[in-house]
Design a binder for this molecule. Structure first.
Ligand code: LFR
Length: 462
């Protein structure tokens, strides 16, 4: 029997509610609501407009329930690492945005307590200045809190009244032990964090509860791979084992799936992470800046030129025949919002390179630079893990960028299989569907379903 589930997928630049239909011979998703998202500058730094987002989630779920009143489950995923502190069931403050720079002084304090090598041995995570443990070290509300919830957990709490933290997203906090998969009590103690605030962990597929009656929503709320990247990796339409993936949206998450973590010194210095995947797989990957570089440039250009359209720029960039400078799309200097074209130009000038001269050249330079960084990360993932790779899958918004896909194939010498665009929502839908018994089997069988329903586009190397 085909049944419907609703997937809430919150990205850093936009969110969506999708209706998924899943049955023995069907896998389809369609959007019922899309809404923008982005940082909000408040007195004390960059935050998320979490109340606004929750309003969009409720409206989207109501629209989904209106379209299909038989929805049997709701699942929520979002970007990682950000959280709210709770006291007596109330949120103490709107979550900070991970691009806020308040963590910078806290990083040294954390490393003085637990050196980076020891952190990596304990949690297996790449260093990112916004990992939750640094954010908590900079937190002023900690003493007030009796609970800690990541963004999807917070939405689940508001929907159902139950507090739980989902495993895949919890793995990005830096506070889970890479060997046991549980909260690392000794690390939490060494960092001086209150163990009492960390709720029970739940695995993807666990029922969280039923929506509060006043919300009038159907079905149950199910934990999915609530880290968006974990959901995206579920929906990579791989039909062979030796694949690498690039989940390309705001970020480019580039890596491989493994059964066991890689914790070597070489892996740490290459800044590769071992995040927890659905079914306890290891997402061995590296964060590359991603389409953020492009969206930040466009945001700035549109301030002067509101009619500017990215699509037109992308077409012109693909047609460009003159060479452009390339920059390191992995440089942490591009993390903060604002002045992106200037920062890219400065990167080039300070290295004696001729910076891009026009918007079209900037776009071309960004796509070229991303393709280099992605291929470098694919090769590193393979070398560091020992996993052979013969095909690259790219999913998410970046999979629609034909220039990027072709450059990836050309630079890697491997076929690139592009799509689905909505991999994150599809992965979210599939984990719910499996929990409801609508489909069965391993991630490999789920991926086979995706490959049939959303056949990827193939780019061969030239
Ligand atoms: C992608 C993502 C990345 C994470 C970054 C910050 O949306 O979830 O996996 O490193 O956002 O949370």
């Amino acid at each position: 029997m085909t049944r419907a589930v609703a997937a809430v997928d919150l990205g850093a630049t936009s969110g969506r509610v999708m209706l998924g239909h899943v049955g023995p011979n069907e896998l389809s998703v369609r959007p019922v609501a899309r809404f923008p998202n982005g940082p909000v500058q408040l007195d004390d730094g960059l935050h998320w407009n979490i109340d606004g987002l929750y309003g969009h989630v409720l409206d989207g779920l109501a629209a989904a329930a209106h379209e299909d009143p038989e929805i049997c489950s709701i699942g929520v995923d979002s970007w990682a690492v950000d959280y709210a502190l709770i006291r007596g069931g109330r949120m103490l403050a709107a979550p900070f945005h991970y691009r806020d720079d308040r963590t910078l002084p806290a990083i040294e304090r954390v490393h003085a307590l637990v050196p980076p090598e020891e952190l990596y041995a304990a949690n297996g995570l790449q260093f990112l200045p916004f990992n939750t443990l640094y954010q908590l070290a900079a937190e002023i509300d900690l003493k007030e809190a009796d609970s800690f919830l990541l963004v999807p957990d917070l939405i689940n709490f508001w929907l159902t009244g139950r507090q739980a933290v989902e495993q895949t997203n919890a793995s990005t906090t830096g506070l889970l032990n890479i060997t046991t998969g549980g909260w690392d009590d000794s690390l939490i103690e060494r960092l001086g964090l209150p163990r009492r605030i960390f709720p029970d962990l739940v695995a993807p597929g666990t029922t969280i509860g039923v929506p509060r009656p006043e919300l009038r929503l159907p079905g149950t709320v199910t934990a999915v791979g609530s880290h968006d990247t974990a959901s995206a990796v579920v929906a990579v339409p791989a039909t062979q084992e030796d694949f690498a993936y690039i989940s390309c949206g705001t970020w480019g998450l580039v890596g491989v799936e493994l059964d066991a973590p890689v914790l070597t010194a070489a892996s740490r210095s290459a800044n590769f992470t071992n995040e927890s995947g659905v079914d306890s797989r290891v997402r061995y990957l590296h964060n590359v800046m991603g389409l953020w570089l492009l969206s930040e440039c466009v945001r700035e250009w549109q301030e002067h030129d509101p009619t500017l359209r990215l699509q037109a720029l992308l077409g012109a960039a693909a047609a460009l025949t003159t060479p452009v400078a390339m920059f390191d799309a992995d440089d942490p200097g591009f993390l903060a919002p604002g002045d992106m074209p200037e920062r890219i130009a400065h990167w080039c000038v300070s290295r004696g390179l001729q910076p891009p001269q026009s918007r079209v050249e900037f776009v071309r330079s960004i796509i070229e630079s991303l393709s280099v960084a992605f291929v470098t990360a694919v090769r590193a993932a393979s070398e560091l893990s020992g996993k052979p790779i013969s095909v690259i899958h790219i999913v998410g918004g970046g999979s629609q960028n034909e220039l990027l896909c072709q450059l990836l194939a050309d630079r890697s010498g491997m076929p690139v299989l592009a799509g689905p665009v909505e991999a994150t929502a599809i992965g979210n839908v599939l984990v719910q569907a499996r929990a409801q018994g609508l489909v069965t089997g391993s991630l490999e069988s789920l991926r086979a379903l995706v490959a049939t329903a959303f056949s990827p586009k193939r780019y061969s190397p030239h």
